[in-house]
Design a protein around this ligand. Structure first.
Ligand SMILES: NC(=O)c1ccc[n+]([C@@H]2O[C@H](COP(=O)([O-])OP(=O)(O)OC[C@H]3O[C@@H](n4cnc5c(N)ncnc54)[C@H](OP(=O)(O)O)[C@@H]3O)[C@@H](O)[C@H]2O)c1
Length: 398
């Protein structure tokens, strides 16, 4: 596909993530990017979304969106089970694809249509690993053979704090020895997150996927800068648990509860090919607002990346409602007391820079910084972590 001067973006999905993407594509700098069309499962929702974000065209479905000549980049903001089939269809139509995290998930794709939720989550973890990785590889292959890019929507890779940390490490040829990262809050709002069938896992795939993606990207860049060879994850050890179960023994919990067959806490220890380590957590047990953090203990320095919260703006309010109905930060349950009111989450989370990079990659005909191979490696690490947690042993990724 030749590089267009003006990049037309087609958004697939009009839910939570699509809202972020629409704000970001409307504000990217350094490239002429336009949101030209949106489709969703429900036409009325797509229309309401188009009205809200001034998107000129609403399509009835993916086929109609793919048929448009002014769509060069398709951004998939749809549930996990649609990532592979929608990517393959978009690639076959000659469109570049941006797919959100996780690139793929095991959601019972090999089971009969009438398989129960319990059948899905009872599937052996090794089988899940094989299928999720095969799906991710199929997406990479489909885009490669169609001559289009597969971009992986991992916003942490583009977060200003993490990008700058990577630059500082490379400038001093520092070795990142120990990476500790986590995304934690008080529990997902959506009932779908409670079931393996919809999510392909719990806190590990939904939350820890972010620090895992950032760690792999940083170690990859470190190796390439030093001797042209990426440093790769080679083994994983993990634990998962539903900590809302012991929480019920005390006072009525204010963390989210009702997890059906997924973990609400997960920890993966990643062994990299140069002998260094990463520890990534995902947790639904943290009150007081969302924490998205990555700490790097390097051979010549110590770096703390605070995506959320960070203290560019701290606020105090005597009571909730003191600032009207203004949003303070993700998952903050009140304005009262001291808070971190993040001035621009789209910027600090990396979503804005990521959308800019996707559009620029298409306009300039160069690879995006966060690509399908990164998504593939994250999938491999996460499902190997599930195998490790189920079998109580370290899993080699080879
Ligand atoms: N930071 C991040 O990177 C981040 C954050 C949140 C979510 N995510 C990822 O984003 C994806 C979507 O999550 P979400 O929270 O945005 O979910 P959501 O709010 O439920 O939105 C999903 C959207 O997909 C649409 N959809 C479903 N089936 C479709 C179909 N067959 N054709 C076209 N559209 C269809 C839905 O349409 P209707 O509304 O019309 O039914 C809805 O607009 C997931 O993979 C999730 O892991 C990533």
């Amino acid at each position: 596909m030749s590089a267009p001067a003006s990049v037309g973006v087609g958004l697939v999905g009009a839910g939570f993530l699509a809202q972020t993407r629409a704000r970001c594509y409307s504000n990217v700098g350094g490239v002429d990017a336009r949101l030209v069309a949106v489709c969703s499962r429900t036409q009325e929702k797509a229309q309401a979304f188009a009205d809200q974000h001034q998107v000129a065209n609403t399509c009835a479905d993916l086929d109609e969106l793919l048929a448009r000549d002014d769509v060069h980049l398709v951004d998939l903001c749809v549930p996990n089970h649609l990532h592979r089939p929608f990517t393959e269809r978009a690639a076959a139509a000659g469109k570049h694809v941006a797919c959100t995290k996780p690139l793929t998930a095991y959601v019972g794709q090999d089971l009969a249509e009438d398989a129960s939720d319990a059948d899905v989550s009872a599937t052996p973890r090794a089988q899940m690993l094989e299928l999720a990785v095969a799906d991710a590889q199929a997406m990479v292959d489909a885009c490669a053979s169609a001559g289009v890019q597969l971009m992986y929507g991992e916003n942490w890779v583009h977060a200003p704090a993490i990008r700058r940390a990577g630059e500082l490490l490379r400038a001093g040829d520092a070795v990142a020895l120990e990476l500790r990262g986590w995304e934690s809050h008080s529990g997902s709002h959506t009932p779908y997150s409670r079931l393996w069938r919809y999510n392909g896992g719990g806190a590990l795939i939904r939350l820890a996927a972010h620090p895992i993606g950032a760690m792999i990207a940083l170690k990859r860049a470190e190796g390439v800068a030093r001797d042209g060879q990426p440093i790769r994850p080679v083994a994983v050890t993990a634990e998962v648990a539903d900590l809302s179960v012991p929480a019920a023994r005390g006072a009525t919990p204010t963390i989210a509860t009702g997890w059906v067959d997924v973990e609400n806490w997960g920890c993966a220890l990643i062994h990299f090919s140069d002998g260094t380590r990463g520890v990534a957590y995902g947790s639904d047990n943290q009150l007081g607002g969302m924490e998205s953090k990555l700490e790097i203990m390097a051979s010549t320095g110590h770096l703390k990346c605070n995506l959320s919260p960070h203290d560019m703006l701290r606020t105090y309010a005597a009571s909730d409602g003191a600032f009207g109905d203004e949003y303070v930060m993700e998952k903050a349950s009140t304005q009262a007391g001291w808070n971190y009111a993040i001035p621009n989450e789209d910027w600090s989370s990396g979503h804005l820079a990521m959308c800019a990079d996707f559009a620029q990659a298409v306009a300039q005909g160069r690879p995006a910084a966060s690509d399908g191979l990164l998504g593939l490696e994250v999938t491999k690490v996460i499902y190997s972590a599930y195998v490790s947690a189920a079998e109580g042993r370290r899993i080699s990724l080879d």
